[in-house]
Design a protein around this ligand. Sequence first.
Ligand code: HEM
Length: 479
Amino acid sequence: MDRFRSNISIFQSTSLSVFDARIIICSFLAFCAVGLYQRLRSYASSSLPYPPGPKGIPILGNALQVPLKTPWIKFTEWAAVYGDMFYLRILGRDVIVLNSSKVAYDLLHKRSAIYSDRPGMALTRDFGGWDFSIVIDPYGDHFHIKRKFMNQSLNPSATRRIYPMMADNAKLFMQGLLREPTQFQTLNRMYAGANILMLTYGHQETDHELVGWLPHFVWGSRFSDLMKRMKAATYQASAVPYNAIKQKFLNGTSLPCMATTLLEDNTKPNGIVEHEFAILGSLASTYIAGADTTVATLDTFAIAMIYYPEVQREAQRLIDELLHGERLPTFDDREDLPYVEAIFQEVLRWKPIVPGGVPHRSTEDDVYQGMFIPKGTMVIFNVSAMMTNSRDFPNPSEFNPGRFLYTLRADIAKPEDIAFGFGRRICPGRHFADAWVWLAMINMLALFEISPEIGLDGKPILPDLEYEEGLVRCENLDI
Ligand code: HEM
């Protein structure tokens, strides 16, 4: 087996008849009745109990009990006491935390018409210059148009159309690893960036030219770093690449990509581009949300392979059995490698990269299992609790892909049904992420022995399992 391998460390009437008048009166009465019903329901509801939760103090509520760093760990402790849904009041705001995929699915998916708003992030939006980003868009027209633009390019069949581009990048990625086996993290980031730049702006570059396209801190650093430089960064990450691609589009020199499709579809005969800000925002949101996430997921895979070499060996044995070392794996091999599929699920579960989810907000009063959830409640889905509870996943801290092959109960949601969120805000890049991470994983398994770096003292340097915390959780990896 090892002889094949090197070693590396997304209505009509103008006059009213009697009949018409009756319809209108009936409609009016019905409208009033619904209004009255809603008021009564709200009144009656508000006499229902709120979900249980830790007792807070006047005015501040639970604010001082929620740690700023890794709040999901505290939420998971509270989940053990208060159950799958608990309530917090933080500085006068209603907050509920959902700790099971069933409750999250019941509310955020089944009742998505009223749970798809985002909590206002006025500072980030209006003063940080992040008003282009769909991630913080309130549920409304801007959100809908950007979502439509993104779905056009990131739905399953659109994603399949970019498989050849991904395959080319995977090949370059592997060649890079062969040349520089200790540079996994740099190459991982570079080729995740290359995929998204190609998808969004049709930007095809060699590995070294990539550096010049976006400022280094955009392509080469983490989203959390980018956020720190807020306003300047937003211009560089949104307007700069948009203006460049628009110019190329007008010159007729752009390659087919998300930007050119959107520009073609929305440019009027007089040359004016409709929905220009939404186009710019969709492109930049895709780039920003898509780069760090896939990088962190593949880093997690590499770490798991280092800590669990027996899992790595088993995957390699099965890959060799299928390919006989005669060719590189392709997407067509996916169905024939259930163990690798299970590794992918376990990577999403073991160390979820968005452990605290991305908060939603409710837009109407609601009642769930006899408990009242007021309109305007911030709804946090606690991915970490859903992925790491021993009720659904025995020995949750162990990286064990076998759980998805042999022992997982049929009623347990798969990690891929949790990691990407829920309802109308579910990650639009999930098909893209799924394809790229799988392809990079399978190529690494087929070609390399993934092992830790050896220190000067001759001992292996194991990567840190304490992840760096931001919106996306990254690891301090040094293979
Ligand atoms: C393994 C990789 C990824 C994970 C775990 C992930 C996870 C998530 C999660 C949890 C959300 C919030 C969903 C919700 O609010 O219910 C989200 C939103 C989002 N993701 Fe991803 N994501 C990944 C990759 C990607 C990629 C590759 C792209 C783009 C190509 C992308 C683009 C977005 C965007 C634009 C949003 C905001 C959607 C909205 O607010 O309506 N993500 N993602």
